[in-house]
Design a protein around this ligand. Structure first.
Ligand code: URA
Length: 407
């Protein structure tokens, strides 16, 4: 039976929901083996999925675990998701910004598996910050201050988790229907009313082309419509890292700079775009009005105050955030214009410096990471500092020509 299902997909026939359920739930229950699921996922990568197969798979992922109950909040709840990028600390800024405009944000986030940490790792780099709240604590905090960022309390979409871990090691991460059902199952199980998804596209992202980003966007919106959840997408560039700091505590420091109005540029622009979409959805107002409110709360300190309220409520302290690590400055070896900073090699570097984990049990060095000192388009002189590496690893290996393109 399992082999029939695999060969049906390999021969490009459409599968029924029952067939998809048999193979995927069989995988969750260890009846279908890794090697069988690997072959099946590769057949999907090659032959794609129809819309009805994608809807069916999303449903199977959702029903494999719990669904959150957020009905204790009577306002429209808006969630945000990013397909993953280097230096992406937008949640740290966008969530308090949106909450400062009275749109509740209850966010379940993950730890990062891969080159750099996830939102929960970044928050955990703040001394004292508690990330594992109970359901009662989440409810109380949401009602008191309108914002919660916590690790998952319930067992949401365990099947997606298991399939994603296998996709990661079998070169099957970049299938658009698999990405769409993976993201949407998590968002629907999280039970927000409306969802904004940041699709990263570029050399440092899972999605490499604009065409694929548009196809993913259309599919995410279609799945949302199927579940009666309004979905909006933003397609953003990930050729170069987002912002200047990459690494957990360094990213918190940069998020604070944006909230204090000290940093503009690509990160600020994306924060404004994502938050405006969320506020427009949450308050049912047009995007230009939402954008005005978002920019106001970034400049009048209300978003910063909401961030500090969140940190205090979850027992953190950002008063004396300092980086405890050795600093190695990377200096330019020629004159010219800085044309590119390769996001992927910066991400791999961060992992080598200790900022990421290869295995879920690895320990992260919250102080490790990279601060980029120059922007794309800057004129560079030999000897200029391009980046500072923060690490407790002795003599980190670094290939300047692979990372910085100067010509
Ligand atoms: N993000 C997800 O949550 N799932 C994917 O498959 C890809 C990006």
């Amino acid at each position: 039976m399992i082999l029939d299902i695999i060969s049906k997909k390999a021969n490009n026939y459409e599968l029924t929901k029952e067939e998809l359920e048999t193979i995927f739930m069989g995988y969750l229950n260890d009846e279908v083996k890794d090697y069988q699921m690997s072959a099946f996922l590769m057949a999907i990568c090659i032959n794609d999925m129809s819309d009805s197969e994608v809807f069916a798979l999303t449903d199977i992922f959702i029903k494999s675990g719990d669904v959150l109950d957020l009905s204790f909040i009577d306002k429209i709840k808006v969630d945000k998701h990013s397909t993953g990028g280097v230096g992406d600390k937008t949640t740290l800024i966008v969530a308090p910004l949106v909450a400062s405009l009275s749109v509740p944000v209850i966010k379940m986030s993950g730890r990062g598996l891969g080159y750099t940490g996830g939102t929960i790792d970044k928050l955990e780099s703040i001394p004292g910050f508690v990330v594992n709240l109970s359901e009662d604590e989440i409810r109380k905090q949401a009602l008191d201050i309108g914002i919660v960022i916590t690790s998952q309390t319930k067992n949401l979409t365990p099947l997606d988790k298991k399939v994603y871990a296998l996709r990661d090691v079998t070169a099957t991460t970049n299938s658009i229907p698999l990405i769409a059902s993976s993201i949407m199952s998590k968002k629907i199980a999280g039970n927000a009313d409306k969802i904004v998804i940041d699709i990263k596209v570029g050399r440092g992202a899972l999605i490499k082309t604009k065409e694929d980003a548009i196809r993913l966007s259309n599919l995410l919106i279609k799945i949302g419509t199927y579940y009666q959840k309004e979905v909006r997408t933003v397609i953003s560039n990930m050729d170069v890292p987002l912002g200047h700091n990459i690494g957990n505590k360094l990213e918190v420091l940069e998020a604070l700079d944006v909230l204090k109005g000290k940093e503009k540029g690509a990160l600020y622009d994306l924060v404004v775009e994502l938050a405006s979409e969320m506020v427009s959805l949450g308050k049912n107002i047009d995007i230009e009005t939402a954008k005005g409110e978002v920019i106001d709360n970034l400049s009048n300190g209300k978003a910063l105050d909401k961030f500090l309220e969140l940190v205090k409520y979850q027992h953190g302290n950002v008063d004396n955030l300092s980086i405890e690590a050795k600093v190695y400055n990377i200096k330019a070896n020629k004159n010219g214009i800085l044309n590119n900073i390769d996001a992927l090699s910066i991400a791999k570097l961060c992992e080598n410096l200790g900022a990421g984990r290869k295995d879920l049990n690895d320990k992260i060095d919250y102080n490790a990471g990279v601060v980029l000192r120059k922007n794309i388009g800057d004129e560079i002189k030999e000897g200029d500092i391009l980046a500072s590496l923060y690490t407790n690893v002795l003599d980190p290996v670094f290939n300047i020509d692979k990372t910085f393109e100067i010509s």
